[in-house]
Design a protein around this ligand. Sequence first.
Ligand SMILES: [Zn+2]
Length: 133
Amino acid sequence: MEGPKKIGVIALLLVVIVGAALLMHRTLSKGTKPPTWVGVAPVEMIDSETLEFTTLPSAEWDKLGREGNRFKSPKTGKYTLCKPAICRECGEKIPMPALSEDAPPEKVDEIVQSYKCPKCGHLAFLDPAARRK
Ligand SMILES: [Zn+2]
C-alpha cells in the first residue's frame, strides 16, 4: 500500500533537487558575471494565489521569512509564495500544496497526492502508476 505512494514523494523530491541543481548550473555558467556568493543566487518563487512569479536573491527570501513551505510575498506581505514544482499532467510550473512544518509524513503524502494543479485542474503529483488504475 505504502510503496507506490512513497516512490511518488521521492520522485517529486528528485524533481525539486534536479531543478535546483539545473538552476544553480545555469547561474554559475553565465561566465562574465562575478562568482556567485552564497545568498545572492536568484530564486524564483510562484504565488499560490495569483500564480505570479517573483525572483529574488535567496538571502532576500530568508529575510522575508516563511511559514511552513510558504514564503512571504514582498508585494502582498502574505505567506503565499513557494518554489515552483512541475505538474505531471500539463508540465506547467505550479505552486506546491501548502504544508506546515509539523505535518506528519503520511498527511503530507495525502496532501501531495490529492493536490490539484491550479492550471489544468488534474491531480498534479499523482503517481503515474496510480493514475492508470
Ligand atoms: Zn497541470
